[in-house]
Design a protein around this ligand. Structure first.
Ligand SMILES: Cc1ncc(COP(=O)(O)O)c(C=O)c1O
Length: 387
């Protein structure tokens, strides 16, 4: 154990721990530890370093803004950078989404969406999906499915029910005139990287319209370009009332956003956040979106995502005794094994590849959008060797 791990073990809250390595530097898809070992980073801080580590454009933007202004609270002042970021976010959001509440994380975005749905409809009930993950604060945790995460903190926020993801009939039975919102991930991330089956999001939209409820799509993980479109709901052409996004949006700086339809919004002082919309994060968000646009990274995500998924599927055919299937959309991919992935992830790391879990049996890959086909091939070869 090195001294950094020792210090973190000693002074951390206990919520995290058991770290194998200490990461100190990154460049593009590569990341280094304190011993100088180099890794291909297909975890990117759980989908955060979307345009690669140490991206010079992002670095310049953040450094410029740090010297100009970092604090200008939304509740008291306007700010030029925040205004430009809001305009930019709306320009990439599906048409019909016109307003944004800025915050600092995924869970905070989901909290905002839940509050918005309750305030807007005057109703309390929320329908969520089994296998969902929406965050760990009490509201978003109430929408999260995993009982192990929920039970120590009960009683949670009342009014949440969970239905099997992808089953239209059960969804129809669960929604009624007391439902404030249905909340779904277009691609379930933490639950195992499961894209919504064709037609499911459309049905959720139709049911919400029929019952006067709101459709919240949680794109904290799938949004911001990760699936090859700015938002995964665009693959199905479904417009939510509220869209949540975070993770990759700031390329490393904390940003969350609740993006909503034009006729939806908070009343004055109904919601707020001290750090939400701070000029530094907004400048980072602007730089990330501009970099993705200028370098056609969405196109790259589509092409490399297809290549990566195809290669994973070939691997699955090669090793039917070990691999159940390859799944995902764009550069949000998983290889589901027939056994627990813990030891495999450790071996991958020791072989120079960082990946993630998603549930017990999935290896999840969230590489930066700047990843190259050589790097994808290298990872495929390492996974093959390790398996
Ligand atoms: C779909 C989804 N919603 C919400 C969250 C919570 O985000 P955060 O960890 O930034 O609070 C996550 C995190 O993994 C997520 O994947």
């Amino acid at each position: 154990m090195n001294k950094w791990i020792d210090l973190e073990e000693r002074h951390g809250s206990g919520a995290y721990g058991g770290w194998p390595i200490t990461l100190v530097r990154g460049e593009g898809s590569r990341i280094w530890d304190t011993d100088g070992n180099k890794y291909l980073d297909f975890a990117t801080g759980i989908g955060v370093a979307s345009i690669g580590h140490g991206n010079p454009s992002l670095q310049q933007a953040v450094s410029d803004q740090a010297g100009l202004l970092m604090a200008a609270h939304n509740g008291y002042y306007s700010n030029d950078i925040r205004a430009q970021f809001l305009e930019k976010l709306i320009s990439i959001a599906p048409e019909g989404l016109e307003r944004v509440f800025l915050c600092n994380s995924g869970t905070e975005a989901v909290e905002g969406a839940i509050k918005l749905a309750r305030a807007h409809t005057g109703r309390t009930q929320i329908v969520a999906a089994m296998r969902s993950f929406h965050g760990r604060t009490l509201g978003s945790l109430s929408a999260t499915w995993n009982k192990t995460l929920r039970e120590p903190f009960e009683p949670l926020v009342p009014g949440f029910t969970h239905v099997p993801f992808g089953n239209k009939e059960v969804l129809a039975e669960a929604i009624n005139e007391e439902t404030a919102a249905i909340i779904l991930e277009p691609v379930q991330g933490e639950g195992g990287v499961y894209p919504a089956p064709k037609g499911y999001l459309h049905e959720a939209r139709r049911l919400c319209d029929e019952q006067g409820a709101m459709l919240i799509l949680d794109e904290v993980q799938s949004g911001g370009g990760r699936t090859g479109k700015w938002f995964a709901c665009e693959h199905d052409d479904v417009l939510p009332d509220v869209l949540t996004v975070a993770k990759g949006l700031g390329g490393g700086l904390p940003i969350g956003a609740v993006i909503m339809r034009g006729h939806v919004g908070f009343e004055k002082k109904q919601h707020g956040s001290t750090f939400g919309g701070n000029p530094l994060s907004c400048r980072a968000g602007l730089a990330v979106i501009q970099f993705i646009e200028e370098n056609d990274l969405l196109g790259r995500v589509v092409d490399l995502g297809a290549f990566f998924l195809h290669s994973l599927a070939e691997l699955a055919e090669e090793k039917p005794d070990t691999i159940r299937e390859a799944r995902g959309l764009g550069l949000m991919l998983a290889l589901q094994l027939k056994h627990s992935v813990g030891p495999i992830l450790a071996k991958l790391r020791d072989s120079g590849v960082l990946a993630l879990t998603a549930g017990r049996t999935n290896i999840r890959f969230l590489p930066p959008f700047t990843v190259t086909s050589d790097e994808v091939e290298q990872v495929i070869n390492t996974v093959r060797d390790v398996l």
